[in-house]
Write a protein that binds this ligand. Structure first.
Ligand SMILES: CC/C=C\C/C=C\C[C@@H](O)/C=C/C=C/C=C\[C@@H](O)CCCC(=O)O
Ligand SMILES: [Zn+2]
Length: 657
């Protein structure tokens, strides 16, 4: 059972917490005399402070001792729903006097810690602080260069989802996948779970026969018959990019450096859908520089995957809701490819600077779009982004801390701060800067920025300094000097500038919306003057744009029923169209549509699609209980983060057993 304890409540619990242990002398432990671990209660009272100087959400202290390489040796136990084995961490002393290594750990059982010569190292594991998990402190010897941690995960690890065969498409084999961003890697392995630390990794993973394992790394010496898989990621990456999947998987080649992976009955459809991958990669390289990761594969997961895509290096994780059958939703793949530079090479140093990952990536994703489908297509996609931005500011409230580009995440779970803000406000900011200096010069700067900061983790200030320095002698330098940095980075609500988009591709949507609005104003005379021809030439995203515009008009139930007659939107299974259609039906209080809307929201776990439906139904008092019942009936099918978020949307609070 999933438990939801909103983080704001923790200050109350913390007040009651006492320091428990101190029975055995630390010195005895650090000399390896005893193999003991303290379970230390946290003595903090009051609001949760920043957990470390560099990262509000990580206990780790890479400023003292830094992890430089990770070697995993793990067994996947599908019966017990755990991973067990060892994580060996190579370390570097940044501060020569440092005598301990501080790691993040969440719901992990730490069995033993040794160094590279097999001497026991003492460790303490503090009592967990909600989403942040526990601080794991390992006493180092002067000679220690590697710590070898024997551990196992919990069946409730928030970064893992274990599916039984019935929850898969093939229904024959169990399935496991991870989602470590933002701070769930600590539930998969003990690590410095801050994006400020980047390290290469290797892994050996053992699974039952017939199960295939993939990771966010290059595959090495695969011995499928033995069920032993080996991986190496030689490019240093932050912990949140470590990823694993294990299940009955098949693959198809879709490009010189690309395969698509999926369950066998999904793989052909996926190969068709993502056939343009190589074109995206080439366009991205022309904008951002060489692709350094070797292969670029895509994994299509079971429907409960909580996001559209996740940029795990070498292996993008993708939701099956992208499989529209007409390649209309592949902008998510362009987005994940763009992360190969912005996010995975140049990385936010902590999640307060998440817009450096996502705003840049949306900007680049739409540049790829423009290169392949033309400038009007890029402009149209950006208009959709602006719609999302307005919607999220409305939903969160224009005074919400999380509408800032650079929010304060002290004491906040990044999952709670997550929204379209860093994506869309961030990309509008870059659009604005590009408008100031000119498109070509901005593209040149972008390349330079990526090259300058590649393999590093940076903060917003680093970006600002680089940009201003690069353009200091530019003809538009004066205008750059006038940028309201504080408003952009620390201001709440909508940004201070709306680009002058080219609305050409949105015009047909607006014209159709106006016809509906006029007809409604005229009292909806019959026969209604609408037919399938109205949208025959629309792209899927133009249908979305039309529905978003009509949603803003708050039209009556009768008109929505007429729309169904004209356009048969109930039969349209494009996931983006379906979201807007179901929301429109709920807004119009069309009761018969509530069950299909809930079916849509519970048949997959992508939060972008699940949450608005539950939020809307919560707002419809008569249907609220139905939504709550559906939540309880389906929450165990979702991954932790979806269940957690929907519980919040429904204002439910559950307690940990
Ligand atoms: C200001 C925000 C601060 C922190 C948020 C950081 C991480 C949030 C965490 O919830 C993880 C997010 C992972 C996202 C992965 C993929 C997205 O790009 C998918 C976007 C939505 C979708 O298309 O389904
Ligand atoms: Zn992204």
């Amino acid at each position: 059972m999933y438990h939801v304890l909103p983080i704001r409540n923790f200050s109350i619990y913390l007040g009651a917490i006492v320091v428990l242990s101190s029975i055995v002398a630390w010195s005895a432990l650090s000399q390896g005399v005893l193999t003991l671990c303290f379970l230390k209660e946290n003595s903090m009272a009051g609001p949760i402070p920043r957990l470390s100087p560099g990262d509000p959400n990580s206990y780790s202290r890479p400023d003292l001792v830094k992890v430089t390489k990770i070697d995993l040796d793990l067994d996947v136990d599908f019966d017990r729903h755990i991973l067990f084995g060892t994580a060996s961490l190579d370390i570097q002393r940044i501060n020569s006097t440092a005598d301990s290594l501080v790691l993040d750990a969440k719901d992990l059982t730490i069995k033993q810690v040794k160094d590279e010569v097999g001497s026991i190292l003492a460790h303490t594991l503090d009592v967990p602080l909600g989403s942040f998990g526990s601080k794991l402190t390992i006493a180092l010897k002067i000679t220690s260069a590697t710590v070898v941690i024997e551990y196992e995960t919990s069946p409730n690890a928030t970064g893992l989802q274990w599916l039984n065969p019935q929850q898969t498409s093939g229904k024959t084999h169990p399935f496991l996948f991870s989602q470590c961003e933002a701070i769930h890697c600590r539930s998969v392995l003990p690590c410095q779970d801050t994006p400020a630390v980047k390290a290469p990794y290797t892994a050996t993973v053992r699974v039952p026969k017939e199960i295939v394992v993939l990771m966010s790394a290059q595959r090495k010496n695969v011995s499928e018959t033995e069920g032993v898989y080996k991986f190496e990621q030689s490019v240093p990456i932050p912990a949140y990019l470590i990823a694993i999947v294990a299940g009955k998987l098949d693959s198809r080649v879709i490009g010189d450096r690309s395969r698509v992976w999926a369950e066998p009955d999904v793989v052909e459809k996926a190969a068709y859908e993502f056939a343009e991958t190589d074109d995206f990669l080439k366009a991205a390289e022309s904008l951002a520089g060489p692709y350094v990761w070797g292969n670029y594969d895509i994994l299509v997961l079971p429907p409960s995957f909580p996001f559209g895509g996740m940029e795990n290096p070498c292996l993008t994780f993708a939701t099956p809701t992208l499989l529209a059958g007409d390649r209309s939703l592949t902008f998510v793949i362009a987005h994940e490819i763009a992360h190969s530079w912005t996010g995975n090479l140049v990385t936010n140093a902590n999640f307060e600077h998440f817009w450096l990952n996502e705003g840049f990536t949306v900007f680049l994703e739409r540049k790829i779009n423009g290169r392949l489908y033309g400038e009007q297509s890029r402009q149209f996609a950006a208009i959709g982004g602006w719609n999302d931005l307005e919607e999220v500011v409305n939903t969160l409230g224009a005074d919400n801390e999380f509408t800032k580009l650079n929010p304060d995440l002290t004491g906040s779970d990044p999952d709670d701060a997550f929204s379209s803000i860093p994506y869309e406000k961030g990309s509008v900011f870059l659009w604005y800067l590009s408008d100031i200096v000119g498109n070509e010069d901005f593209e040149e700067w972008l390349k330079t920025y990526i090259k300058h900061f590649q393999y590093q983790s940076i903060q917003t200030e680093d970006f600002k300094t680089h940009l201003l320095n690069y353009f200091k002698d530019h003809r538009m330098a004066d205008k750059l000097d006038q940028v309201e940095w504080d408003t952009w980075l620390h201001g709440k609500g909508l940004p201070p500038y709306k680009p002058s988009y080219d609305y050409t591709l949105a015009e047909a949507c607006t014209a159709l919306k106006n016809r509906w609005v006029d007809w409604i104003k005229d009292g909806m005379p019959q026969p209604a003057p609408f037919s399938p021809l109205d949208i025959r030439k629309f792209s899927s995203m133009q249908v979305v744009e039309f529905l978003v515009q009509i949603f803003a008009e708050n039209i009556p139930e009768e008109a929505i029923k007429q729309m169904e007659k004209a356009y048969a939107l109930n039969d349209n299974h494009n996931s983006e169209i379906r979201l807007r259609w179901m929301r429109l039906c709920i807004q119009g209080r069309w009761k018969e549509q509530v069950s299909p809307a809930l079916d849509y929201a519970t048949s997959q776990g992508r939060m972008k699609f699940v949450r608005p439906i539950f939020r809307d139904l919560y707002g419809w008092e008569e249907m609220r209980q139905k939504a709550i019942d559906a939540y309880y009936a389906h929450k165990d099918q979702w991954m932790y983060m979806t269940a957690y978020a929907v519980a919040k949307d429904l204002h439910l609070e559950e307690k940990k057993d």
